[in-house]
Design a protein around this ligand. Structure first.
Ligand code: NCD
Length: 650
């Protein structure tokens, strides 16, 4: 049999939705074939290696059973402490060596991001069987498969996640997947064991998804019939687009869900606790009583197992307790995963997990991942920390995401490696930082002290001058709305798309003006060109955005190089073929690197290259002002001080 294609499953996000669906179809077939006693030997001639650096019963044995049932062979070092790891062999070397002996590696490891490292060094596929507290994607396949079998669907289900949501890796993978399949999540953490911020931020930025967190007491009321519980809808909600200040949880919706469909209970991950993490309240305990409320009559109880004290044995005889079925699903689901990799081998596979490019740091000391359990801290001899820009909606914040453990780090000071200047990050640097990443000149620092120790000098802004105040901006927007109405008489075919974040705020305002003047309100949407998935979200309704055959007006605040607009256009074209695309900008500076000309301009402000134009806008209605300004204005910063003759600002 030829070598398998290099299909690694490190995160549940490595599998496209259609791929998960295919795995489930195969799992149904394998479950039936196991029942009938004759599964096909599709893995005959293949060898799977199971490398477990942590204890396991279900995951390792069901993987091994799955491989045997498919006619394949298994080599195992069940206790890696009995392997060369005990002599200090690196994970990279182990992965490289074992991929010479096996066609597939299944790895469990205590460090966050370990599976990513193994996948990079092994020449065969690596399947993550749990890496630290990060993810456990194949458990999620078993969880979703069981849930779907029990409920007939995933979309629209409401799942309560209970217990240790901080270190529970099964929960993290499950959250990403439930969000993707359109289920509602209610988090019920034991106090102090909340879903980590990096998981929430990733969900908000990449899926525009968030959920409520409730206490155990609130959950009890919910089970019994409380009417005023806060829940977020699974559909994207628009506020998250505009600002980091928008409440990311506890957005009230009119109705609580009619019922809970599942409880997903987890044990306290004692082995990952440091004393400061110890839960501050009693741990959740589920018994027959928990299933008595009228809203939970149909709810199933799930658990990745092993259980400790959180699930009473009396529940086992209740038909709603499905955790043993969930564990049993391990064999057909893992057979399906292996068979799917075999099926896909040789076929081209498009990358499912689109990401920003990894950042190459020129500074002497590249940043270190802030997570104490990140694999980069333990395999430092050969592994350089690696980061990508975390896609976020707030341009005031710069966050880097560790490529191995996913942890996000806020960056306060950035520098330009060849100019040796450092800056405190703010939104005026948004575009420049991206350019510096592309050039490979970005440096980041924890503090001014670090920057200065590395020989960087401070960059000081020259004088700032206000070139437009709020009434001037209002007049410019009014004029833009008039220009659109005059140019596009059939407004029913027009959609307005703002570039996140200020372009989206302006797009909403232009829609208001068009409605006032012409009595028609074009559908409006926001596009986030810095999000790798380039999400387009409707601002005015929950319906999905349609580009096909529409005249699209793209709105942005300032046209600098034209690069952002070009990206927005490409992203729109991927969603359908618009009848026409027009461009509206509040300010045209007159410098463009690409041949794009705005159709509607609020104001022309010719500026020198070494100046920055910043549009500041009051936040949209309903959004807490926070750090955002309450008065609209446009200011120009002079950059003369830091630049030598002929140097570009960026
Ligand atoms: C889980 C794990 O290892 O993360 N077990 C499993 O694989 N079913 C859950 C746990 O250990 O609590």
């Amino acid at each position: 049999m030829p070598r398998l294609s290099k299909i690694d499953v490190v995160s549940i996000e490595d599998l496209a939705t259609a791929e998960i669906e295919r795995i489930f179809t195969l799992a149904d077939e394998y479950a039936a074939a196991l029942e009938a006693g004759k599964p096909p030997a599709v893995a005959s001639g293949l060898v799977m290696a199971t490398l477990f650096y942590e204890p396991s019963t279900r995951t390792r044995l069901s993987f091994e059973s799955a491989m045997h049932r498919l006619g394949g062979a298994v080599i195992s070092s069940a206790d890696m402490n009995a392997s060369s790891a005990a002599k200090g062999e690196s994970l990279a070397d182990t992965a490289r060596i074992v991929s010479g002996y096996a066609d597939l590696i299944v790895l469990r490891h205590p460090h966050d991001g370990a599976a990513r490292v193994a996948a990079e060094y092994a020449s065969c596929p690596v399947l993550n069987a749990g890496d630290g507290s990060r993810e456990h994607p194949t458990q999620t396949l078993c969880d979703l498969f069981t849930l779907r079998r029990k409920k007939g669907r995933l979309k629209g289900l409401t799942v309560a996640l209970c217990g240790d949501l901080k270190f529970g890796r099964t929960v993290h993978s499950l959250i990403y997947a439930l969000a993707r399949f359109g289920a509602n999540i209610v988090a019920v953490p034991t106090a102090g064991m909340d879903v980590p911020d990096y998981v929430l931020e990733r969900l908000a930025a990449e899926r525009n998804y968030n959920f409520s967190t409730v206490t155990m007491d609130e959950l009890k009321s919910l089970a019994g019939g409380l009417d005023a519980l806060y829940l977020t809808p699974s559909a994207p909600h628009q506020m998250a687009l505009f600002t980091g200040d928008a409440p990311l949880e506890k957005i009230p919706t009119a109705e609580p869900p009619p019922a809970l469909d599942a409880f997903y209970v987890t044990r306290l991950q004692k082995e990952r606790l440091q004393s400061k993490d110890a839960p501050t309240s009693e741990y959740v305990r589920f018994d027959a009583h928990a299933l008595k409320g009228h809203r939970v009559q149909e709810a199933v109880v799930m658990h990745p197992l092993p259980r400790t004290t959180e699930l009473a044995y009396e529940l086992d005889s209740d038909p709603r307790a499905v955790y043993f079925e969930q564990a049993a699903a391990g064999v057909p689901v893992r057979m399906a995963l292996i068979a799917w990799i075999i099926e896909r081998s040789g076929e081209p596979r498009s990358r499912t997990n689109a990401q920003n490019a990894a950042i190459v740091f020129k500074s002497a000391a590249p940043p270190r991942c802030a997570s104490p359990n990140c694999v980069t801290r333990f395999e430092a001899g050969y592994l350089r920390p690696r980061f990508r820009l975390a896609p976020g909606v707030d341009r005031n914040l710069l966050a880097l995401r560790c490529d191995y453990c996913d942890r996000e780090m806020r960056i306060e000071f950035v520098g330009h490696a060849s100019r040796r200047r450092y800056y405190r990050y703010d939104e005026t640097l948004h575009g420049y930082v991206r350019q510096w990443i592309e050039e490979g000149t970005l440096a980041v620092f924890d503090s001014v002290k670090q920057a200065e120790e590395e020989g960087y000098e401070p960059y000081r802004r020259g004088p700032q001058r206000e070139v437009m105040d709020a009434p001037a901006i209002a007049r410019a927007l009014d004029s833009m709305a008039e220009q659109v109405i005059a140019d596009l008489p059939d407004l029913t075919g027009v959609s307005i798309v703002g570039v996140v974040s200020r372009g989206a705020i302006l797009a909403s305002r232009i829609c208001d003006l068009i409605q006032q003047k012409a009595g028609v309100r074009p559908p409006s949407a926001a596009i986030d060109v810095y999000n790798p998935a380039e999400t387009v979200m409707r601002l005015d309704s929950a319906e999905s955005f349609v580009a096909e055959d529409r005249t699209i007006v793209i709105v942005d605040d300032v046209i600098n190089s034209g690069w952002t607009v070009q990206r927005a256009m490409t992203a729109l074209w991927q969603r359908g073929r618009p009848a026409a695309v027009k461009l509206a900008v509040l300010i045209d500076r007159g410098h463009r690197a690409v041949p794009i000309r705005p159709n509607y301009v609020g104001k022309n402000i010719p500026t020198a290259r070494a100046e920055r134009v910043q549009v500041r806008l009051a936040p949209p209605q309903g959004v807490a002002p926070g750090r955002a300004r309450t008065q609209d204005c446009v200011v120009i910063y002079s950059m003369v001080e830091s630049l030598k003759e002929g140097e570009d600002a960026g």
